[in-house]
Design a protein around this ligand. Structure first.
Ligand SMILES: Cc1cc2nc3c(=O)[nH]c(=O)nc-3n(C[C@H](O)[C@H](O)[C@H](O)COP(=O)(O)OP(=O)(O)OC[C@H]3O[C@@H](n4cnc5c(N)ncnc54)[C@H](O)[C@@H]3O)c2cc1C
Length: 379
């Protein structure tokens, strides 16, 4: 093959979409049905928001999300503190049917796709599958947060956060609003969410970083408490039923410094290209998959080398991802206590929170970062 796309999730599907039809390409995935089961909250900021989030992205047409993939369009984020204080932020999200989006984008690429093929290793320049091997001139490693290829090639392992999510029906929250909650009991070191998909159906989930949890707390108990008892979420869920559930992980680390190793281009979660303070990795995986495809097309046409990929994704993603990482690290320093988080965020305004959601660092946050050791003692 000219190109093997290893893992056809978001990054892999967008790599396939961008790869020239003149190349001999194969996409490989362990799943029986691409994108299924959905292990995601399924929100993607709208094109308008993406322009603000990734100001160096010269072509935002990737974010013209077709209506057929959209189950809801939300207008606000409500960010709820442990003391109940709520920031109401104008911010638009598409809530997508992520499985349908991956399947359609991959299929419409016209490239060959092999399903139910698990990659076990990457050795001697070849993908080792359970039932054979595949060799290609160039690889896209888009096999997600537990990338076998990254492991085989000795790439640094990112910090990951477990997450658990229910799809629920009969949810009575405002369907124009994505709710995000912070609190140690519901989501230690991360946040919990209610994401309305429309018609009373919602993705209801939590991130859970065990290092920030109280002894004896588990991800199962925390999600149950969020659904049944937490005063700011349970009223929306009192008549709701669980339709399905998943558990998965999301990288909450900085991206790889270089996402090219020999003839392998790492994209999406496999390269930890995630907005780490929100755990948002769909838009960054779309951009990375597309940038990998553009690099590979240029490589086969003799226009650029494979290192060009680093300059592309870094131009588009690096600064926002590093800002997110800075925010997440600062957050971590105050996450050991709900009182602390509520007190430190009592300094924040809606406008600060808007900036934070858009991966910008407000001056107050910079000040807090300089004063952290003192603030940790006094708040
Ligand atoms: C619970 C949860 C909620 C989230 N919610 C959101 C959200 O609302 N918005 C957002 O932007 N981000 C969200 N994220 C993060 C987002 O889902 C990921 O960052 C994004 O999907 C990354 O895309 P990817 O293509 O890199 O990886 P994936 O989408 O994980 O794709 C990897 C693909 O590789 C395949 N694969 C893996 N290992 C192998 C193997 N050994 N052999 C063959 N195939 C393999 C998998 O089957 C999969 O298809 C969430 C994450 C979690 C866990």
């Amino acid at each position: 093959m000219d190109v093997a796309v290893a893992g056809v999730g978001i990054a892999g599907a967008f790599a396939l979409r961008g790869l020239s039809k003149s190349l001999e390409v194969v996409g490989i995935d362990k799943r029986e049905k691409l994108g299924y089961p959905v292990e995601c909250g399924e929100i993607i900021p709208t094109k308008k928001e993406m322009k603000a989030l990734l100001p160096n992205l010269d072509d935002c047409s990737l974010f013209d999300i077709p209506k057929r993939f959209e189950s809801n369009l939300t207008k606000q984020v409500h960010f709820v503190l442990p003391n109940g204080k709520t920031f109401e932020i104008d911010f638009e999200f598409h809530v997508v049917r992520r499985d349908e989006m991956i399947q359609t984008v991959a299929e419409e690429s016209g490239h060959k796709i092999m399903l139910k093929r698990r990659i076990k290793d990457f050795r001697d320049g070849k993908l080792i599958l359970e039932d054979g091997e595949i060799g290609a001139e160039v690889y896209v490693a888009s096999d997600g947060p537990n990338s076998k290829i990254a492991k085989a090639m000795g790439m640094p392992r990112p910090e990951i956060s477990p997450a658990k999510q229910y799809v629920m029906k009969g949810v009575e929250s405002d369907e124009d609003v994505v709710y995000m909650y912070i609190g140690k009991k519901i989501s230690p070191g991360a946040y919990a969410w209610i994401i309305p998909k429309g018609n009373g159906v919602a993705n209801v989930g939590i991130g859970f970083r065990p290092g920030y949890a109280d002894k004896g707390d588990t991800i199962v108990k925390a999600l149950d408490y969020f659904v049944r008892e937490y005063p700011y979420s349970s009223p929306f869920l009192k008549n709701a039923e669980i339709v399905s559930e998943i558990g998965a992980v999301v990288p909450v680390d900085r991206p790889l410094e270089s996402a090219v190793k020999m003839n392998v281009l790492f994209a999406g979660d496999a390269a930890s290209m995630v907005i780490s303070h929100t755990g948002g990795g769909i838009p960054t995986a779309m951009v990375a998959g597309n940038a990998a495809a553009r690099t590979i097309n240029g490589f086969f046409e003799g226009e650029n080398d494979l290192q060009f990929y680093d300059s592309l994704w870094k131009k588009y993603l690096y600064q926002p991802l590093m800002n997110a990482y800075f925010l997440k690290n600062l957050w971590d320093k105050f996450s050991d206590s709900d009182k602390r988080i509520s007190r430190i965020l009592s300094f924040a305004t809606n406008s600060d929170m808007e900036k934070i959601l858009r991966c910008r660092i407000p001056w107050k946050v910079r000040l807090i970062s300089h004063l952290t050791p003192i603030l940790q003692r006094v708040v």
